[in-house]
Design a protein around this ligand. Structure first.
Ligand code: MF3
Ligand code: CO
Ligand code: CO
Length: 269
């Protein structure tokens, strides 16, 4: 599989799409509270994307081979849901942890990013899982530079997460991104350093580790999309879209509300 190298003009478009995706997360943050439904969060994000941003929500009706069309505009994965949660009528409650995953299309290019949210006050275990998962994503991002290999990213994430006795989900991975939502390469969140494709300036891909408090095994729900931990343990995920630069990397999915790389807490500005 060949990995596309984006031109200068394509990179400009990817920067725009990346920032817009992150700005949807900024927009929705104050609405994530006990008593709101994930369907309401979906509707708010959908309207913001269409009406305020002029972006297209990429998940809506997205149907890769073997899947039925995704019915909503964002993914909301609560507690033991790992990824691809379909927004619905269940109310968020105090102590829930939630991933919101946003993918927008602007000028034909995709930006893909997700963050974790706490509803009210999290348990110590949940908070720790969310913070370690954020750090794990950054361990992966920090590997990115021309000449580094995909296995370096996976290995850095795996070594770090497993040192905290968490497990890495294997069935889903990061991905190349551009005019297509999911393109080559697959960016595994586990593996062996010094193996895999070599990174080159101009590649764009996501890093989006899913990390479980318990065992790594997953189960698909009957809705055909929602993935949960088989042992019903909590799961967390963070995602950024990354550009390989001549020097190292640029995170494309950054906006005013992005937590900095050292903490999930918002830096004082
Ligand atoms: N945004 C997810 C990812 O990071 C993919 C969601 S596919 C959907 O790759 F159809 F569920 F939206
Ligand atoms: Co992604
Ligand atoms: Co995503």
């Amino acid at each position: 599989m060949t990995i596309s190298i984006k031109s200068k003009a394509e990179i400009t478009n990817m920067r725009v799409a990346g920032r817009l995706a992150s700005e949807v997360l900024d927009f929705i943050t104050p609405y994530v509270k006990a008593g709101v439904t994930t369907e309401k969060l979906d509707q708010l994000c959908h309207d913001y994307m269409i009406e305020q941003q002029g972006t297209i929500p990429a998940p809506l009706n997205y149907a890769p081979p073997g899947y039925k069309p995704f019915p909503k505009s964002i993914c909301t994965s609560v507690n033991h849901q790992i990824c691809h949660g379909i927004p619905g009528q269940k109310l968020l409650k105090n102590g829930d942890i939630l991933n919101i995953d946003i993918t927008v299309i602007k000028n034909g290019f995709h930006g893909d990013t997700s963050r974790m949210f706490f509803v009210g006050k999290p348990s110590i275990a949940a908070k720790r899982l969310v913070e370690i998962t954020h750090q794990a994503m950054w361990k992966g991002i920090n590997q990115v530079k021309p000449g580094a290999r995909l296995g370096d990213i996976g290995s850095a994430i795996q070594v770090f997460a497993e040192s905290h006795n968490y497990s890495i989900v294997r069935e889903f991975c990061g991905h190349g991104i551009g005019k297509k939502f999911h393109e080559s390469p697959q960016v595994l969140h586990y593996g062996t350093s010094n193996t895999g494709e070599k990174l080159k300036a101009g590649m764009t891909f996501t890093i989006e580790p899913m990390i479980n408090l318990g065992k790594k095994d997953v189960k698909e729900m009957p809705d055909g999309w929602t993935i949960v931990t088989k042992d019903r343990s909590l799961s967390a995920q963070w995602e950024h879209t990354i550009l390989v630069t001549e020097e190292s990397y640029e995170v494309l999915t950054i906006s005013d509300g992005s937590p900095d790389k050292f903490s999930t807490k918002k830096a004082d500005k």
